[in-house]
Design a protein around this ligand. Structure first.
Ligand code: SF4
Length: 207
């Protein structure tokens, strides 16, 4: 009898489309890191602290590192795999629905983080709720391998990222969409670090 070998088609690293759907992500696509728009303006929005997470965990600014450090971390990689899910709301003031979607997306992101193998940087929603009380700023992070930085904290314009990925930033008037990304495939030319930051400043100047 002929032996059949099952071959999975991976989207990125060890993750296939079935796994992404099983985790609850409805849209996903790859974006070259060079197409990502980094801006200090996003970091300034973080500093306004509308989400209440600024300066409360190692996963958000300023604990996450400077803008330049964050951009350089991302630019160590060539590709970003962007994922998103839209959650329905009763109306545009449905705060509970937004928080429910937020919690679901956060849990799905954590599960994806657990399953990932290899060399990557994963970003998702703001904040980190791995510990009841974060050690920030008095002691190092307890679980640096489990803590996920936020896209905004890294200075990424999420609506631009969505457009590059071909994923709607808003699916409808009564819905909220959340996004994350896995940076992978290390640059072979070693052009990360200082050069990556120079690119980011250039991008910033064109905003
Ligand atoms: S894992 Fe714990 S210590 Fe680290 S950022 Fe998250 S809440 Fe803070």
């Amino acid at each position: 009898m002929k032996e059949e070998t099952e071959r999975k088609e991976y989207l990125f690293l060890n993750i296939d489309a079935e796994t992404m759907r099983e985790l609850g992500f409805e849209s996903f696509a790859e974006v070259p890191v060079d197409k990502i728009h980094f801006s200090t303006k996003v970091r300034e929005m973080c500093a306004d602290n509308k989400c209440g997470r600024y300066g409360t965990t190692w996963a958000c600014p300023p604990g996450i590192g400077t803008f330049e450090e964050c951009v350089a971390r991302c630019k160590q990689y060539e590709k970003a795999y962007v994922f998103s899910t839209a959650y329905e709301l009763e109306d545009s003031f449905d705060y509970e629905g937004m928080m429910e979607g937020h919690a679901k997306f956060s849990a799905a992101s954590k599960e994806l983080r657990k399953r990932l193998e290899g060399d990557f940087l994963m970003l998702s929603l703001e904040g980190c709720d791995n510990c009841k009380v974060c050690t920030y700023p008095d002691a190092p992070c307890r679980f640096p391998d489990k803590s996920l930085g936020s896209l905004e904290g890294y200075g990424i314009f999420v609506n631009d990222l969505a457009r590059e990925a071909g994923i709607p930033y808003r699916k409808g008037a009564y819905s909220v969409s959340y996004f994350g990304a896995v940076f992978h495939t290390r640059r072979r030319d070693g052009s990360a670090g200082a050069e990556g930051c120079a690119d980011a400043r250039e991008t910033e100047a064109t905003v």
